[in-house]
Design a protein around this ligand. Structure first.
Ligand SMILES: NC(=O)c1ccc[n+]([C@@H]2O[C@H](COP(=O)([O-])OP(=O)(O)OC[C@H]3O[C@@H](n4cnc5c(N)ncnc54)[C@H](O)[C@@H]3O)[C@@H](O)[C@H]2O)c1
Length: 268
């Protein structure tokens, strides 16, 4: 059991959306220290002020997780202050929400750096401490997009497919090495945080509070993979058993998934 009690918890992208909600829940579950890494200065300050009444210490760091240098500098500062991180939630993410041909080279690099490479570099900084203490938990926020192709999010989809494969491989390495480090991979469908505002979906958008709660529970019970809502669990089976054209018809047209992004607005 990866209990939050008296633990040091680091959440990237923890100044907004499900990251912020999970931070509050970590404190309410007894975390001694909550470390928030985020690029948004104003949101960091706001979050710190909001959490002032909750038990536990909150440490905020302005970090651009797209930069390996920034990751290394702030990991050293975090470790100097707290000694170690027990639970790392790799949550920061972005979406561009354009057709692939409309992506600039910078859009592509940013998406892959923030959504994929950052998780690896950040984990690389905190994993040695976890391994030497023979305990720790790494939770990687992927997406249902890790299990599906979808127009107007080709690079986002690629970034999340990569996270899923890396996170699951890391889990097996940790288990084979009897390291005491647990890994949880999370694949939620659209959540109404604002990141995907404008999206039109026949399947109801998930509530941020529900998702955050499920992730915190999954970490506490060392769950390996969380797919939300339950129907997402059927995707790999549907993909494996249906001819691709049938899959496109059922999932893309029937459930309307391939048109969900047509009215995407996203964050400003
Ligand atoms: N919202 C959804 O529909 C949805 C669905 C599935 C998965 N997810 C994933 O869940 C995670 C959280 O999403 P959310 O909906 O809470 O989004 P959000 O936009 O509310 O929060 C993302 C946070 O990441 C931070 N961030 C962005 N770029 C950063 C950078 N370079 N360095 C540091 N911090 C940075 C932002 O400032 C923000 O606080 C993301 O990884 C996202 O891909 C979201």
């Amino acid at each position: 059991m990866s209990s939050f009690n008296s633990k040091n918890v680091l959440i990237t992208g923890g100044a907004s959306g499900i990251g912020k909600l999970m931070g509050r829940m970590a404190l309410e579950n007894g975390a001694a220290n909550l470390v928030i890494w985020d690029i948004n200065d104003a949101a960091l300050e706001e979050t710190k002020a909001e959490f002032a009444t909750v038990k536990g210490n909150v440490h905020t760091y302005k970090v651009d997780v797209a930069s390996v240098d920034d990751i290394k500098i702030n990991a050293a500062l975090t470790l100097k202050k707290l000694g170690g991180i027990d639970i790392l939630i790799n949550n920061a993410g972005i979406v561009v929400g354009k057709l692939f041909t409309e992506h600039t080279h910078d859009d592509i690099a940013k998406t892959m750096n923030i959504n994929t490479l950052a998780l690896m570099h950040i984990t690389r900084e905190f994993l040695p401490g976890m391994r030497s203490r023979k305990q720790g938990h790494i939770c990687n926020i992927a997406s249902a997009a890790a299990l599906l192709a979808n127009p107007k999010m080709a690079v986002y989809v690629a970034s999340k497919w990569a996270v899923y494969g890396w996170s699951e491989s890391l889990r097996i390495e940790m288990e084979q090495g009897k390291t005491g480090v647990h890994v949880t991979t999370v694949c939620p469908y659209y959540i109404s945080t604002g990141m995907f505002s404008g999206v039109k979906s026949r399947i109801p958008l998930l509530k941020p509070e529900v998702v955050a709660k499920r992730i915190i529970k999954a970490i506490s019970s060392n769950k390996l993979v969380v797919k939300l809502p339950w129907i997402v669990n059927l995707l790999p089976f549907a993909k494996a058993t249906m001819p691709l054209r049938v899959f496109d018809f059922v999932i893309g047209k029937g459930f309307g998934i391939y048109n969900t992004m047509s009215s995407f607005v996203g964050r400003k």
